[in-house]
Ligand binder design. Structure first.
Ligand code: B12
Ligand code: SF4
Ligand code: SF4
Length: 392
């Protein structure tokens, strides 16, 4: 007689124990999938790259082979455990957008770097998994990833049943909405896979319509070149002029497409104290942020993911937001003064954005006088071009 097909009892017990451990460590959800569960991913990633939707993130193109197929990244992998960590905001994440003199920082960056918080717990989970497997006489290796290696976390999480990739391309869960960080444990163990989650977007297109820069050429496809999250975090040069006004006061990331998703009505407020929003990052003053030098920037953003982009790129974003704070004459004196001060910044990236801001905030005669005094002496060609654009 042959044994009945189905998961081995030991493996099923390992997963049950893992679920308990994960819940105790604060993870909201866990699912298991197989490394061959995302057969559409290579072609979809290749198409995104061919269409230029990866923008300047060349690392997405360079690692495409490993990224789209976990077996290329690690040939021994047999199962992938996907985990979701809830970071639901305690308040309306878009409320800050109505306060033009405050900076809008996306929910995921209003607290400590989630990579730090989650990676340690993933390691703890995988150590326990290996120890239990060994106690059962099973040989087990495991590796953990939280946005730290070329892994396509969203399609893998959908295959593991955590949710589905919504039309905004992020993973949406019926129980947690759009506010889940994802992490993965790759293991050589054969674990029983969960069923994938079906798409529950239906005819909804709220996220597509909410995008301020029209960054979705089609449902489920994002052109990062137009995405404020990309432009404010990953993009190194000047923010393209076409998107500056639409940025509004978003100075680090963007939550608009996530926040409007109707499935968020089931989301809970994230309970992890280390990921509770810092009070001073909920609606920080643009004028204060514009005054940060390198040392003050690093001190203010210690432990925050924002520190990673460096002071100049961050203050570039702040300068654009200053230009949007009451453009057309409504800005306060302190906003105008802050933009003026940035015209003398040591960084050409900041100076260029400040020129644009001043062009929006000051009357024509003042801008002409400023240009006359500075444009000729400007050594950087891109900043000179910003001055020329004002009168083009
Ligand atoms: C590169 C990247 C970005 C880039 C590009 C975003 C993107 N959509 O690719 C930028 C900088 C813009 C970005 C922004 C954000 N990101 Co990001 N990012 C990543 C990263 C590192 C890789 C994603 C990737 O592989 N992109 C390549 C594209 C081609 O893959 P894809 O988006 O899965 O594309 C799929 C669709 O095109 C789909 N597709 C195509 N046609 C069709 C048709 C159908 C029917 C279907 C179903 C699918 C489909 O198939 C492709 C493959 O699955 C991941 C971490 C990781 N290692 O996975 C985090 C990650 C996706 N980011 C995350 C977050 C939180 C954000 C932001 C919300 C941050 C913010 N507030 O500013 C925004 C959201 C913007 C958005 N709407 O996506 C989280 C998302 C968590 C979740 N619940 O999904 C991740 C998983 C990080 C993490 N560990 O938690 N990000
Ligand atoms: S993060 Fe913002 S800019 Fe990017 S796709 Fe979503 S709504 Fe559009
Ligand atoms: S807003 Fe609508 S279309 Fe977008 S992910 Fe949510 S349910 Fe899907």
């Amino acid at each position: 007689m042959t044994a009945a097909a189905g998961p081995k009892p030991d493996a099923a017990r390992l997963v049950a124990d893992l679920r308990r451990d994960a819940a105790r460590l604060g993870f909201a959800t866990l699912g298991v999938t197989r490394p061959d569960a995302i057969p559409e991913a290579p072609a979809r990633l290749a198409r995104a790259v061919a269409d230029g939707h990866h923008a300047g993130m060349e690392w997405l193109a360079e690692t495409a082979g490993r990224r789209a197929d976990p077996r290329v990244l690690w040939p021994e992998v047999r199962s992938i455990v996907m985990l979701g960590f809830d970071y639901g905001p305690a308040e309306d994440p878009l409320a800050v957008l109505a306060e033009p003199e405050a900076g809008g920082i996306s929910v995921y960056a209003r607290h400590r770097d989630y990579h730090e918080v989650i990676k340690g717990r993933l390691k703890e989970l995988s150590d326990r998994l290996r120890a239990r497997a060994r106690a059962m006489g099973l040989k087990a290796e495991a590796r953990v990833f939280v946005d730290t290696a070329p892994v396509m976390e969203k399609p893998l999480a959908a295959a593991a049943g955590l949710g589905w990739q919504g039309k905004h391309t992020n993973l949406v869960s019926r129980r947690h909405g759009s506010w889940l960080f994802l992490g993965a444990i790759f293991t050589t163990l054969d674990l029983p896979p969960d069923a994938p989650e079906a798409d529950h977007c239906g005819s909804c297109r709220r996220c597509l319509d909410a995008c301020p820069t029209d960054a979705f050429p089609a449902p489920y496809r994002l052109d990062a070149r137009r995405c404020i999250s990309y432009l404010t975090i990953e993009h190194a040069g000047p923010i393209p002029r076409a998107f500056r006004a639409a940025m509004g006061n978003r100075i680090y990331g963007c939550d608009d497409c996530l926040a409007v998703c109707p499935w968020n009505k089931y989301a809970q407020v994230g309970r992890e104290a280390k990921l509770a929003a810092r009070a001073d990052l909920r609606r920080p003053s643009l004028v204060m942020l514009a005054g940060l030098d390198d040392r003050a920037f690093r001190a203010f953003f210690a432990g925050s993911p924002i520190k990673r982009i460096g002071r100049d790129r961050f203050v570039r974003n702040v300068a654009v937001a200053l230009g949007n704070a009451g453009a057309g004459g409504g800005a306060s004196h302190s906003v105008r003064a802050a933009a003026l001060r940035l015209l003398d910044d040591a960084s050409p990236l900041v100076r260029g954005a400040a020129v644009w801001a001043v062009g929006r905030l000051m009357d024509r005669a003042t801008v002409e006088a400023l240009a006359e005094a500075r444009a000729g002496a400007e050594s950087d060609p891109e900043v000179r071009a910003e001055w020329e654009e004002l009168f083009g």
